[in-house]
Design a protein around this ligand. Structure first.
Ligand SMILES: Cc1cc2nc3c(=O)[nH]c(=O)nc-3n(C[C@H](O)[C@H](O)[C@H](O)COP(=O)(O)OP(=O)(O)OC[C@H]3O[C@@H](n4cnc5c(N)ncnc54)[C@H](O)[C@@H]3O)c2cc1C
Length: 461
């Protein structure tokens, strides 16, 4: 039986348990808390699963309520291609040293593959590998961009990245290679990483997150090995779209969580709704969230990163390269590609579209997206390369249960905004999720750590 089916069956068996937050795992009596709490965790992504597991291990009654028909949230491994599980959400553990996800992956002995930025090849806008002179030019422009941003970070007033870089761009004709190279740096190194547009990212705070050292690894069986492991002993109810959270209720059930189908009562709730869902007001809080919390939700922003996997009969690109980069004639168009040829021995390319461009192409048909991708690949590898034999494409901005890929810090927000987003309300409503993690927002490990932090808050409350 598939784990997913097993979990669903388990949920159904435990439905009779309604009125309290369920607990599927036999409790560890040594971990029994003095006061056993009924806790509802909203969202079965990394943050929710980490929080639920921690709380259940401490003897609390926990139920995870998830809108989708699957667990994982923005960890989503596709099995459409039987010989190659593909991650449509997060792919990599970024920075393996000291990363809590490395320890978790070690526990389950998950097979990991590495990709390296050093194994990259950059092509100019004519599709030719950069010459030594062009590499030097790119390095010099990269230094100029970095130093402009560093100077901006020393100033009192914040500005957007675009505002800071505008004077640099104005020095060059819009049709010049230098202009394209600066846009390549903005798109490839900033927008693709932070998912926000240079027009909106805060120059002061866009890169305020910490990072773990070490390389990046991906999972041979897909990132879902991690979420499946975390979920394995939890009571998770799928297909439960939360519509309202009533807090500050009279005892003995201070919080009511109302879904499209049912209602849960609990002593505490952990909200791991993605920032995009909170911003859209898809879940009603009664009473309304305090002004500071609403302000934090309004000020932070949800970015976009979309993936387009193309599968070919065989690889026509250099087999030893992991990252292919393109100095696109137009800002952000197919700047970054990953090859799975070396790491996974598969003739698969993954093209990214981030920020404004990532959002814009979501309204295109699959065929339009593929035609555009192939135009770029043909500009680099020649008109005769074959069409892909298959593809998989994401549309995270319009995914109703994410409404974006991950959060970024726009002009007007600061790291403190995330602290306000994370703050608990009356020891009843606790907040987790990547956007609430001041140190590691926008990442899988940030989501995981935020879940542990929220669990700890409940344990201490
Ligand atoms: C394309 C892409 C690539 C990425 N690449 C990486 C990477 O390589 N490395 C990395 O570290 N990070 C990466 N990330 C970021 C990482 O995936 C996220 O930061 C992390 O998975 C977020 O976890 P979370 O638990 O905070 O949120 P989620 O995983 O989104 O969990 C929230 C859950 O809430 C559920 N939900 C939403 N609305 C409701 C509702 N009304 N009722 C009930 N449930 C609801 C959702 O369905 C979801 O399951 C990537 C993300 C994307 C989209």
């Amino acid at each position: 039986m598939l784990k997913r089916d097993f979990l669903r069956l388990l949920s159904l068996m435990l439905l009779g348990y309604s009125g309290g937050a369920g607990c599927a795992e036999k409790e560890d009596v040594n971990a029994m808390p003095q006061t056993k709490k009924r806790i509802v965790v909203i969202g079965a992504g990394l943050a929710g699963l980490a929080a639920a597991r921690e709380l259940q291990q401490h003897g609390h009654e926990v139920v995870v309520v998830e809108a989708r028909e699957r667990i994982g949230g923005r960890i989503w491994t596709s099995h459409q291609w039987r010989d190659m599980p593909l991650d449509l959400g997060a792919t990599w553990i970024h920075g393996v040293k000291g990363n809590p996800l490395t320890a978790l992956a070690d526990t389950i002995q998950a097979t990991r593959l590495n990709t390296r930025y050093e194994r990259s090849m950059t092509y100019n806008s004519q599709g030719k590998p950069l010459s030594d002179a062009e590499e030097k030019h790119l390095d010099a422009l990269r230094d100029s961009v970095s130093s402009a941003l560093e100077k901006a970070q020393d100033k009192n007033a914040d500005a957007t990245i675009r505002q800071v870089i505008e004077p640099l761009l104005r020095r060059h004709d819009t049709s010049s290679e230098a202009y394209r190279l600066i846009n390549f740096i903005l798109s490839g190194e900033i927008e693709q990483e932070y998912a926000g547009s240079a027009d909106k990212l805060s120059a002061h705070w866009y890169d305020s997150a910490k990072a773990f050292k070490g390389g990046d690894v991906l999972f041979a069986q897909g990132f879902e090995v991690m979420t499946r492991f975390l979920a394995s002993k939890l009571h998770i109810e799928l297909n439960q779209v939360v519509e309202a959270i009533h807090w500050q209720q009279a005892q003995p059930s201070p919080v009511r969580v109302v879904t499209q189908k049912t209602e849960y009562v609990a002593d505490a709730v952990v909200v791991t709704l993605p920032l995009g869902v909170l911003k859209a007001g898809r879940v009603r809080f009664t009473p309304a969230l305090p002004a500071a919390k609403r302000d934090a939700i309004a000020k932070l922003d949800m970015g976009v990163l979309n993936k387009c996997y193309l599968r070919f009969q065989e690889a026509f690109w250099p087999a030893e390269v992991d990252w292919l980069e393109y100095v696109a004639p137009k800002h952000g168009e197919w700047t970054e590609w990953v090859s799975f040829k070396r790491a996974a021995k598969m003739p698969i390319l993954l093209g990214f579209n981030a920020a404004d461009r990532g959002r814009a192409i979501e309204s295109w048909t699959d065929q339009q997206i593929i035609a555009s991708a192939m135009q770029t690949l043909r500009a680099i590898y020649g008109a005769n390369i074959p069409d892909p034999i298959d593809y998989q494409i994401t549309r995270w901005a319009t995914d109703p249960f994410a409404l974006g890929a991950y959060s970024y810090t726009p002009l007007g927000a600061t790291p403190h905004t995330r602290t306000v987003l994370a703050a608990a309300l009356d020891n009843q409503v606790f907040f987790a999720g990547e956007a609430s993690d001041k140190n590691y927002f926008g990442t899988a490990h940030g989501a995981y750590l935020s879940g542990l932090r929220a669990a700890e808050e409940i344990l201490q409350a």
